[in-house]
Ligand binder design. Structure first.
Ligand code: KG4
Ligand code: ZN
Length: 352
């Protein structure tokens, strides 16, 4: 099955064509990062307008790229998939509504996709070698600028939320720290780079809180507080530290970055360790922009190895928001079940 996927949940307008789950025929991503950079974060109104401007051209390019020289590439598409949540309402609306119109015009099925499920699928893209691998039960970690969640998949296309952040997402924690330290937006890559200049023995020189969630903290759906995380205390601790000890030079900033990053990595790795100890997982799949972080990859790979689970991350081009993960998951039968998708609305807080 060949699916055209469309993604517009945040600040990337993306379209891709994927066959049978993992064969990426084309993937086009237009990043709005430069538009939001002056504001230090995503401005929903700007995101929405930019999606409107770009979506048609990006979709047309993906379809052309997928079938070069074909006079009627649209005929090769079996279905149109798009992100219907979670994400920014005004941004989601553009891609989802465009997909509705396109599916109607082409007379092809419309497939709604959960953005978080797709991030977890991203590890499978361009990896046909994994088709026959024993990967389930799988533990998923989706870490991005908007989300941090731990997900159990007993079998393919079944997702059960185990834990999540109760405040900021991991990417937000990176972005807010970078803003505070004057490192620009997005902050994750800048902090990752600065932290690399600090020798390993000194990476934890400054102690940051461990992101624990109180056992009596009210949580949705009876989630386990031990598998939930909080990043807001970390951010406040950084602010307090910087006020008391303003960094004097680049080395001081790098030291702060390294210690702060170690804290985020520890927070995530401990939860993955705990979750792996609670189930019989055969693999760990990590997706989302923050999964590009070098230290996080190292730490999670070590935790997975300790539990005898295979560690899977996406290719760098599929870590951030993209549409190949949307089309890929949908073409593998992982779209949300829906008898009347044309009547479906977006859901900015669509649960896992
Ligand atoms: O998945 P993504 O592109 O978009 C969202 O759905 O949010 O993730 C973007 C986030 C940003 O917060 C960015 O700072 C973070 O991913 N990020 C990183 C790294 N590269 C991107 N965080 C830590 N280390 C990195 N190397
Ligand atoms: Zn995302």
């Amino acid at each position: 099955m060949t699916v055209l996927g469309i993604e517009s949940s945040c600040d990337e307008t993306a379209a891709a064509v994927v066959r049978d789950g993992d064969v990426v025929l084309a993937s086009v991503v237009y990043s709005q990062v430069p538009l939001h950079q002056p504001y230090g974060g995503v401005v929903p109104e700007i995101a929405s307008r930019s999606h409107v401007e770009k979506v048609r051209g990006i979709v047309e390019q993906a379809v052309r790229d997928a079938f070069p020289g074909d006079p009627d590439p649209w005929a090769r598409i079996d279905a149109v998939a798009a992100t219907c949540g979670p994400g920014l309402a005004a941004a989601l609306l553009v891609g989802w509504t465009f997909a509705k119109g396109l599916a109607l015009a082409l007379g092809k099925p419309l497939l709604p996709v959960n953005h978080m499920h797709a991030h977890l699928w991203s590890v499978r893209l361009d990896r046909p070698d994994l088709r026959d691998a024993a990967l389930w039960p799988q533990l998923g970690l989706a870490v991005s600028g908007g989300h941090t969640c731990f997900v159990a998949s007993p079998e393919p296309n079944v997702f059960r939320l185990l834990g999540q952040t109760i405040d900021d997402a991991a990417g937000e924690a990176f972005d807010k720290a970078a803003k505070l330290l004057g490192l620009g937006y997005p902050g994750g890559p800048a902090i990752d780079r600065a932290a690399r200049t600090v020798p390993e023995a000194q990476r934890r020189a400054i102690a940051f809180p461990q992101g624990r969630v109180a056992p009596d903290h009210p949580l949705p759906d009876g989630l386990d507080p031990a598998l939930c995380v909080s990043f807001s205390g970390l951010k406040t601790a950084l602010l307090t530290y910087v006020r008391k000890h303003p960094p004097q030079n680049e080395a001081d900033v790098a030291q702060l970055c390294a210690s702060y990053q170690e804290a985020i990595v520890d927070v995530l790795a401990r939860r993955v360790d705990l979750a792996l100890g609670q189930g019989n997982y055969r693999s760990v799949a990590v997706g989302g922009g923050v999964s590009l972080n070098g230290r996080l990859r190292e730490a999670l790979e070590a935790v997975a190895a300790r539990h005898g689970a295979r560690f899977l991350t996406a290719k760098p081009c599929y870590c951030g928001d993209n549409a190949a993960m949307i089309a890929g998951l949908a073409s593998a039968g992982g779209a949300l079940p829906d008898d009347d998708p044309l009547a479906r609305d977006i859901d900015p807080s669509l649960p896992v």
